[in-house]
Design a protein around this ligand. Sequence first.
Ligand code: CA
Ligand code: ZN
Length: 307
Amino acid sequence: MARRLTRDHHLYAFDPTLPPAIELEPGEVLTVETHDCRTGTIVREDQLADLTDTSRVNPASGPIRVLGAEPGDLLAVDVLEVRVAERGLMVVRPGTTAFRHRFQEPRLKMVPIRDSHVLLSERLRVPLHPMVGVVGVAPAAGRVPNLYGGDHGGNMDTRIITSGSRVYLPVFVPGALLAVGDVHAAMGEGEVFLSGVEIAGEIDLRVQVLKGVRLPTPLVETAEVIAPVATGATLDEAADRALNKALDLLLDLAGLDFYDAGRLLSAAGHLRVSQYVPPTVLHCRVELPKSILAQLGFDLRRALAAG
Ligand code: CA
Ligand code: ZN
C-alpha cells in the first residue's frame, strides 16, 4: 500500500518557510491527492461571482520534504500514474488569452468524464489525457505563487508531464519541499483558452535524489524525449530560454560542439509551446528525441548514474 498525502495539505505559493506536510524517503511511492484549480469551490456553472476571488487558485499538494535532499542536488520526480475524478471544469476570464479582444464575459463549464473521454458537450468529446500542471520545489528565498513557473518548476502546464514521465528539478532548500497539483483531464498544447480540463485527481509518484550531477532544469523525460522547459515574460523569451537549455544539454552532456548541436536542434529538435495564456503565463519546451541522441551514445539515465 502506497502512503497517501490528502488534498487538505495544499499551498498556493512555493515558499521555503512553509512547514512540510509529509516526509518522504527516496524510492518510496506516495499517492498525492490533488484539488482542482479552484480548490473544489466551484460546483455549478452559475458561480461566476466566485471567479473574482483568486485567492484559492491553483493549489498544489505538499510541501513534501524529501529526506536527504540538499541544496545543489537534483530531484527526479517519477510520475507513475495520474488519475482523475468524474467531473472537471473549464473556466475563462475576460482580459486573458489570444482572444481577449473578442469576449467580455467570464464563463464556467462543468465537463463530465466518461468512457475515457472528456464530454465538452452533447456531441463533442475529446480523449482523456491526464496530466500534471503544477510540479515544483521551494525557491531559495521568497515565495512564487502557483500561477507562475520558473527555475523551481511550478505552473508549467506541460502536456507531456503525464503517467510515466519523469521531471527533474533543482533543490534549493533542505528537503526540497516538493508540491504537485493542477491536474488536467485533457489539455491541448498551449492551454489557449485559459484553462485545461481542470479536475481533482490523484498522482502516484516516486522521488530520487541525485547528487553531484548538473542538468538544465526543469527537464521532462518521457519514453521518447527529453525536454527542457522554460518560462518568460514573452513567448519569445520563453522560446529563447528553452532553446538555450536544450543547446547546453547537447554541449555539456552529449559532447557536441556548438554548430553540430545547433544543426541537430534545427533538424530534429522540436520547439513546442507548452502554455500560451497571455498576458501572464507562457512556457515553451524543446523536445529532443532519445532515439537520435542514442546515436551519440548518449543516454540520460546512464549519464546521471555516472555523475
Ligand atoms: Ca495550470
Ligand atoms: Zn490547471
